[in-house]
Ligand binder design. Sequence first.
Ligand code: TYD
Ligand code: ZN
Length: 393
Amino acid sequence: MCNCRVCGNSLEKFLDLGKMPLANGFLYEKDFSNEYFYNLAVGFCNDCSLVQLIEQPEPEKMFNENYPFFTSSSKFMVEHFRNMALDVISVYGSDPRIVVEIGSNDGSMLKVFKERGCEEIGIEPSKSAYTKALSNGIFTLNEFFNKETARVLWQEVGSADIIVSANVICHIADINSVFEGVSELLDEDGIFVFEEPYIGSILNKVSYDQIYDEHVFYFSATSVKKIAEKFGMSLFMVRKQNVHGGSLRYYICKDSRPTDFSLVSEKDFGINKFFEFADLVEKSKYTFKSLLEYLKDKGNSIVGYAATSKSTTILNYCGIDNSYIDCIYDTTKEKWNKFTPGTHIPVISYDRFKNDSPEYSVLFAWNHRNEILNKEKDYKGKFILPHPTARIL
Ligand code: TYD
Ligand code: ZN
């Protein structure tokens, strides 16, 4: 059990998804008997309003199954980060000198800053992404970002005009160290801009499958404002982004800047709202299981489309194994011939999807819905969406 990782208060639990394996713990049959489980539950801090995991798996159990992911493999994300870099430069207001990215992956976003004449510094703990970034000519350090790395960087290159990060900070349990590092490293006139999946979108879509071991925090404007203030900075703007099922981009500075929060309203994001969400999650489970049972009783074949991290939460929470879902098709070869964590559904190569042409496919990569529906225009079967309430598309 954990207290609030920002202020140390006890967390109020509002949702318990039960016994859960690691979201990316895809495994071979020989390892079924040694599978690791923890309890997946989320709580709310009444002080800083931050939603977070109540318990995290033991660190040595995590990150042992890292599927190499490079930003540059998704054209859509490369374009998104190009726009993010240009947006950040325009909000900064003049030509930045030094730009630091926390979790810079293969350097896809820093490349844009570099093209604009900035000195780029990537901080990337994953060895494979770091190596790729170097080969792309992007200056990168193979480190975790925390207050210590921030201090060393500040001593060596001075303060940063811009610090950016995308889909990284929600993974770092020691968030105080990240914010302390940012506040030391950031220039007095600098801006710190980061984006993460938005708890407001999770609430709206009832996309409880975005909750899993690797996502420690589920941010809101209200919580980020309080965290920034704790470290002598201020949140001056937020903007919604249409990625990862709905993200929010946070703009933080040290000096004062005109504020703009017009696009989000979080007035009702108190504990009651989160209890309501927990009820909707339970309803979603009921509708999803009932739909699969109904289709199965009628003799249909049901498969999964994409063995995402999110699918681990849905399958385990709903108790769905291969008596419901025959297999899951996925494009990541490291997952092929393995089984889904906890529920042991076979994962097979996406190449077989067209030929097999299953009658129903659960769209576990629902966040890429438009791209997938476009790609599968000729698919004769039907897609199933697991939430808010399960339905056939
Ligand atoms: P994604 O929703 O990006 O992430 P997460 O695992 O964090 O929930 O999905 C990535 C996984 O989905 C990866 O294993 C590849 C697979 N996938 C497909 O098989 N086909 C697709 O069209 C897409 C978009 C993803
Ligand atoms: Zn707190």
